[in-house]
Ligand binder design. Structure first.
Ligand code: ATP
Ligand code: MG
Length: 446
């Protein structure tokens, strides 16, 4: 049995007190999985034979919070101010909503508790000394890089269909394979995902997109992805018939996602960036063109993301990235300054990441956009560090100066815009005297 590293002091303390009071107590789930992989867990969950009332009593001096009493979870406040969640060993009752058990019953047996958990790698417990309880062979599956349902896969997905998305998420994040029967059950039960709250599906989808195994998961489980985002169905197997591409639209999409930095906004945008292609292509002499596809993709992204209850800030960002992913941008200071007058540096940074990744997924002879995107970003960085003028606020003259020349109302804004355009294009210097001269000239020509 593998010994685990020491737990944080406050977790040890919680385990110790529970043990001292005559209860079994283990760390369990994700933290054990991570420790066995040699990774530092981001949090520790404790499972105990103590029921919530007993946990509250044992820790009454430190203080507790009712995190989810109905499901047996009590939060224990620790000396350091953090909270350790202690959940009573439990069995789940029947499921009638494909998501949550109708009721839970407490049990005194850790193995019962482990058997209600989703995957074997998440169904391992470890006591205060680091001895593991692993009735489903989770440690072996960890070594073999396998995601396998704890118990009968079809039944487990029917109980709670979100587990389908969790399986894909873990397969992608850990870069593990999904075991054969679990995989079959996923394909078989995918439609149950439509009964799950969209925001929960979306939350798993976003995590899945950022994993190292994302290409494999997206292509092997395109049917699952298209169950939650049916708008992507026409992309699967849709040939580009173009010298710029060697993959069909969906495979190109998955390749681009894999080539991009693991940022949610960038990867979500790439998921949708070419989704409009099958809806707006023309074909001449066996060659396809996709004029207007960025706008079509933007609309598709909006529809799909709204359905997934995406927040509006992300939604706007994805829309912008889809719309701009294929637009001509000359890697020169004046074009980049123009871009920077309209969008924030962070938006441009993401746009460059999208364009670079998109380019990586093109035919090898047509990957020049990648170099170009890096160049655009470099120029943007320079413009920012030199504090070059890209907005009205950066200009050496303001509205009051313009009014001194007799302009009023909406004219003031128009004059400032003319000046800014000239500065951005490099026709004028952002220098007070010469800008005042320009205002004078505009007045004369009025
Ligand atoms: P993460 O690193 O994302 O926190 P995790 O495995 O800890 O991964 P959590 O959602 O925090 O995931 O869940 C904690 C544990 O609870 C899991 O390891 C698993 O044992 C169990 N669990 C979580 N969700 C489910 C579910 N839908 N069905 C069954 N067991 C679940
Ligand atoms: Mg967790």
């Amino acid at each position: 049995m593998k010994r685990l590293p020491e737990y944080p002091a406050e977790v040890r303390e919680v385990l110790r007190r529970l043990n001292m009071s005559g209860h079994e107590a283990y760390v369990v789930g994700g933290c054990v999985r991570d420790m066995l992989r040699g990774m530092e867990p981001h949090d520790y969950d404790v499972a105990s034979s103590a029921e919530p009332g007993e946990v509250k009593e044992i820790f009454s001096r430190l203080g507790t919070v009712d995190v989810g009493i109905l499901h047996g979870t009590v939060g224990v406040k620790t000396e350091s101010g953090s909270i350790v969640e202690v959940t009573a060993f439990r069995r789940d009752g029947t499921y009638s909503d494909f998501r949550r058990p109708d009721f839970v019953t407490f049990t005194k047996n850790i193995e019962d508790d482990l058997s209600r958990r989703d995957f074997t790698i998440n169904s391992i417990a470890a006591d205060i000394d680091g001895n593991t309880v692993d009735p489903f062979g989770g440690a072996n599956d960890l070594k073999a890089h396998l995601i396998r349902c704890t118990g009968d896969a079809e039944r487990r997905f029917s109980e709670d269909a979100l587990r389908i998305m969790r399986a894909l998420r873990f397969a992608s994040i850990l870069d593990f394979k999904i075991e054969e029967r679990t995989k079959e059950a996923i394909h078989e039960k995918k439609e149950l995902l439509l009964k799950i709250a969209p925001e929960r599906v979306f939350s798993e989808l976003k995590k899945m997109l950022c994993g190292r195994g994302v290409f494999r998961v997206l292509t092997e489980f395109s049917d699952v992805v298209c169950t939650v985002i049916p708008e992507l169905s026409p992309s699967v197997g849709f040939e580009h018939k173009s010298k710029y591409h060697i993959y069909d639209v969906y495979t190109h999409t998955a390749k681009a996602i894999e080539a991009s930095p693991p940022q949610r906004g960038v990867r979500l945008a790439l998921l949708f960036h070419d989704s409009g292609k099958p809806y707006c292509f023309t074909e001449e002499c066996g060659v396809r063109h996709f004029k207007g596809h960025p706008e079509a993709s933007e609309k598709i992204a909006e529809t799909a993301l709204r359905r997934l209850r995406c927040d509006s800030k992300t939604l706007n960002e994805i829309g912008f990235l889809c719309k701009m992913h294929d637009m001509t941008i000359v890697p020169e200071e004046k074009s980049v300054r123009r871009l920077m007058s309209k969008y924030t540096f962070e938006q441009i940074e993401k746009l460059c990441a999208v364009r670079e990744a998109d380019s990586e997924a093109h035919s090898p002879e047509f990957r020049g956009r990648g170099e170009e995107a890096r160049e655009i970003l470099k120029i943007a960085e320079r413009i920012q560090s030199e504090k070059q003028c890209v907005s009205r606020g950066d200009m050496e003259v303001n509205g009051r100066d313009v009014m001194e020349f007799g302009f009023s109302g909406a004219e003031v804004g128009r004059v400032l815009q003319i000046l800014l355009d000239k500065v951005i294009s490099g026709e004028a210097e952002n220098e007070r005297e010469s800008l005042l001269g320009l205002i004078e000239k505009i007045r004369e020509e009025r």
